[in-house]
Write a protein that binds this ligand. Structure first.
Ligand code: B12
Length: 225
């Protein structure tokens, strides 16, 4: 397979959530190689790991992310795409560690203090990872102090905060203030079902998005600026 063909196939399998040859999902790709085998083949054929990331995984995740924003696909589709990408990322990981492939930057994400909801936060994490960023996931019930520690540990990072409860939205405000106190230039993106742009403005966060794609779009604009 030519480089462009294999990359297009990796993008398609990422978008459709085809993990590997043995995976029965999606039914129309049953018995065909998935992201796992295709990534291995591409690396063996000498395809640049950066191209696998950008033209394979990021292309596929970008397509599914845009469809999700338009309600053309749903949470399970996004989860399958992320699973497929994760299978390929395991093969790419040694190349990132060796420095042969580069991340766009570091994104620290967590659900704020008192809040245990992580399904949406995990989707954002996977999409941003698929967008070529190194993601540090602080998990759920994350204190402002833990976010501040991570910001100090990863200079130049961007931060994403998730909250699903009206009662924990106040902790989001406290977290934004704590981050801005130690690093005013660190961009903070907020999201979660009860949030609004108005709330984002009120607590001094830099951006709000109702879905993961919005976070990626903001990060793309931020790095281009
Ligand atoms: C699943 C769930 C749970 C699970 C969580 C499991 C888990 N691992 O996450 C469990 C059972 C643990 C749970 C517990 C509770 N829950 Co609950 N839960 C839900 C439920 C049903 C779904 C949430 C969800 O995952 N949605 C799907 C994801 C994909 O959507 P999402 O989180 O909104 O994320 C999307 C966007 O918001 C955005 N996004 C999210 N985060 C971020 C971050 C950034 C940076 C960006 C850019 C975007 C972004 O991107 C995502 C993809 O589009 C909702 C009801 C509902 N239908 O929403 C209630 C709900 C959120 N829960 C609620 C409540 C009250 C509770 C409890 C207090 C119940 C109780 N009495 O014990 C506890 C609180 C525990 C705690 N301390 O956090 C209420 C909140 C009401 C309110 N006004 O605050 C809701 C709305 C139910 C209701 N109608 O009453 N819950």
């Amino acid at each position: 397979m030519a480089d462009n063909d294999i990359l297009a196939r990796i993008a398609l399998c990422t978008e459709r959530g085809k993990i590997n040859n043995a995976a029965p999902y999606p039914p129309d790709l049953k018995g065909e190689d998935g992201v796992d085998e295709l990534t291995e083949k591409a690396l063996n054929d000498g395809v640049d790991p950066n191209d696998i990331l950008t033209q394979g995984f990021m292309e596929g995740m970008g397509r599914v992310g845009k469809k999700f924003s338009k309600n053309e696909v749903f949470v399970p589709d996004l989860l399958m795409a992320a699973k497929a990408m994760t299978a390929g990322m395991i093969r790419l990981k040694p190349h990132f560690e060796s420095g042969a492939a580069k991340h766009k930057g570091t994104f620290v994400i967590g659900t704020v203090r008192g809040d245990l909801h992580d399904i949406g936060k995990n989707l954002v994490r996977m999409m941003v990872e698929g967008g070529g960023w190194q993601v540090i996931d602080l998990g759920v019930d994350t204190s402002p102090e833990k976010f501040v520690e991570a910001v100090k540990e990863h200079p130049g990072c961007a931060v994403g905060l998730s909250a699903l409860l009206t009662t924990t939205m106040v902790n989001m405000e406290e977290t934004v203030k704590a981050i801005k106190a130690v690093s005013p230039s660190t961009p903070v993106i907020v999201g979660g079902a009860p949030l609004t742009q108005e709330f984002c403005d009120k607590i001094g966060a830099d951006a709000y998005s109702a879905d993961p794609q919005g976070a990626l779009d903001y990060l793309a604009d931020y790095t281009a600026a």
